[in-house]
Write a protein that binds this ligand. Sequence first.
Ligand code: ADE
Length: 224
Amino acid sequence: MMRLDIITVLPEILESPLNFSIVKRAQEKGLVEIRLHNLRDYSTDKHRRVDDYPFGGQAGMVMQCEPIDRAITFLKNQRRYDEVIYTSPDGEKLTQALANRLSMSQNLIILCGHYKGVDYRIREHLITREISIGDYVLTGGELAAAVMADTIVRLIPGAIGDEQSALSDSFQDGLLAPPVYTRPSDYRGWKVPDVLLSGHEANIREWELQQSIERTQRLRPDLS
Ligand code: ADE
């Protein structure tokens, strides 16, 4: 079973996205155990503070070393972690390939950044990987952590009922997914392509492949 520990100042943001659909079922099936840790629980300050003013006088606040070090050390005393991930727009871009690799981990920590970020010494000494979900700035790392957890957990074998279904996702083979249709075959004169109604398996697979190739070249030429 994978263990995923997420350290955050706002665990409430993560509760809902991790408790529906495939990610919820993966936890119920015992494929992954996800734990949210409130960083404030590791503060030694009487007001449970976890941030302070930056040296150098810039605007904004910085997350302090001590609570983060205490939280990560507490977790590392219980098991070995494959990666200690920090959510940051500076990080390596999250891709399907990276999600595939991370889904093979045994234990992961994700530290959610906030304010102007964490004291740089945490990144130098405790973080093993910094990941960005895209070239834009979020208010905090929680939404990024939710995206990472979702994309990693659905790739754990058994998380998706029909295992084929993860393999046929967009990006899994470097191609966008082909169009899909369901009943009725004619809705207000909008018709489902004939080949899909033909029952001819080989022709259908070939049509889907051609659609994937055409859509990838047209919509995401950067992928090929
Ligand atoms: N924190 C703020 N912006 C982020 C991003 N784009 N990816 C990951 N973490 C972030």
